[in-house]
Design a binder for this molecule. Structure first.
Ligand SMILES: NC(=O)c1ccc[n+]([C@@H]2O[C@H](COP(=O)([O-])OP(=O)(O)OC[C@H]3O[C@@H](n4cnc5c(N)ncnc54)[C@H](O)[C@@H]3O)[C@@H](O)[C@H]2O)c1
Length: 308
């Protein structure tokens, strides 16, 4: 137990299970008062169950922490506002938003329906927008009224956004959008002292309990359990503390004993027309094709990677 978040109020979405549960408990152990926002949805987003969020609240109360549940759907903008209101009504303020809730519906791009695309965009990207926009609006109003604010936005992206994850067109697109949304929030809110960062975790949860990923993330018979979701929670908690005040607009890949800071996209090869004129197709072929001619795969081998 620590005290780096004494007096702070945190909302963690999807905190009934998996990574969100670990993160909520870690924040509470540092003194934060928690809203456990979880619909108790099934693996594909269907159904609701108030049990998981209620159990996390009991666990937090069990070690002397404070927590309440909120059962709204993160994809609903009004429900996100109601969750923030619940935090303010219950604890007097809101300071930390960990956007984490979500589910996957994995299909190849040629098999995915429009509804399957929309559902995953809605829960991840729109879910993040809902809480980020409602929290930023709350903090801005407080600042305008002359009140002190303390704000931390922590988003959950995925390495799927980096690598064009085959089988996850909806999820990879949503996670890419979440990164940009986080960077926008970081730039917008810097004048209020609010930080916004994203983590791309790897962990053994309901979301990763099948196939190749389940094998890779399996609990070892002995030694450090690299893919336990608890391993991600300290980094998320650190980002929420005053110690991380100067960290904003960053993306970290977090798992096991490591956190990797992702670099911003940097310009690569530049192709320039020698003539003082607009490109012609032939001119582009002369300049661009030689650069790609020796590549065996159209995208290059680095793109053939597993997703998380
Ligand atoms: N597990 C990994 O390796 C991994 C890798 C990259 C990213 N992530 C991301 O981490 C986050 C947490 O995933 P997890 O692995 O802990 O999954 P999980 O399935 O264990 O937990 C997700 C939680 O989100 C809740 N939820 C789903 N839809 C909701 C909705 N509409 N409203 C409110 N709550 C809802 C579920 O009830 C569930 O408790 C997700 O954003 C996921 O994309 C996980």
């Amino acid at each position: 137990m620590g005290n780096s978040l004494d007096g702070k109020v945190a909302i963690v979405t999807g905190a009934g299970r998996g990574l969100g549960k670990s993160e909520a408990i870690a924040l509470a152990k540092e003194g934060a008062r928690l809203v456990i926002a979880d619909l108790g949805a099934g693996k594909d987003g269907s159904g609701t169950d108030e049990g998981p969020a209620g159990q996390v609240v009991e666990e937090i109360k069990g070690f002397g922490g404070e927590a309440v549940t909120a059962f709204g759907d993160v994809g609903d903008h009004g429900a996100a506002g109601a969750t923030i209101k619940k935090a303010v009504d219950t604890y007097g303020d809101v300071n930390i938003i960990v956007n984490n809730a979500g589910f996957c519906i994995d299909k190849m791009i040629f098999n995915m329906t429009s509804d399957e695309f929309d559902a995953v965009l809605r829960v991840h990207l729109k879910g993040h927008f809902n809480f980020i926009s409602q929290a930023c609006s709350y903090w801005r109003q407080k600042a305008k009224a002359g009140d002190d604010i303390y704000g931390r936005l922590i988003s959950t992206t995925s390495e799927a956004f980096l690598y064009g994850s085959v089988g996850q067109p909806n999820y990879a697109a949503a996670k890419a959008g979440i990164v940009q949304l986080t960077l926008v929030a970081a730039q917008t809110m810097v004048k209020y002292g609010v930080t916004a960062n994203a983590v791309a975790p790897r962990a053994r949860t309901k979301m990763t309990d099948e196939g190749l990923t389940a094998q890779m993330f399996a609990k070892p018979e002995e030694g450090f359990d690299t893919f336990h979701p608890d391993n991600v929670a300290p980094f998320v908690t650190y980002l929420a503390t005053p110690m991380a005040a100067k960290i904003s607009g960053q993306v970290f890949v977090v798992w096991g004993k490591q956190a990797t800071l992702m670099k911003s996209p940097t310009p690569g090869e530049r192709f320039e027309n020698d003539a003082d004129a607009m490109w012609t197709i032939e001119g582009l072929d002369q300049k661009v094709s030689p650069y790609f001619k020796d590549k065996e795969e159209p995208l290059g081998e680095s793109f053939i990677v597993p997703y998380f």
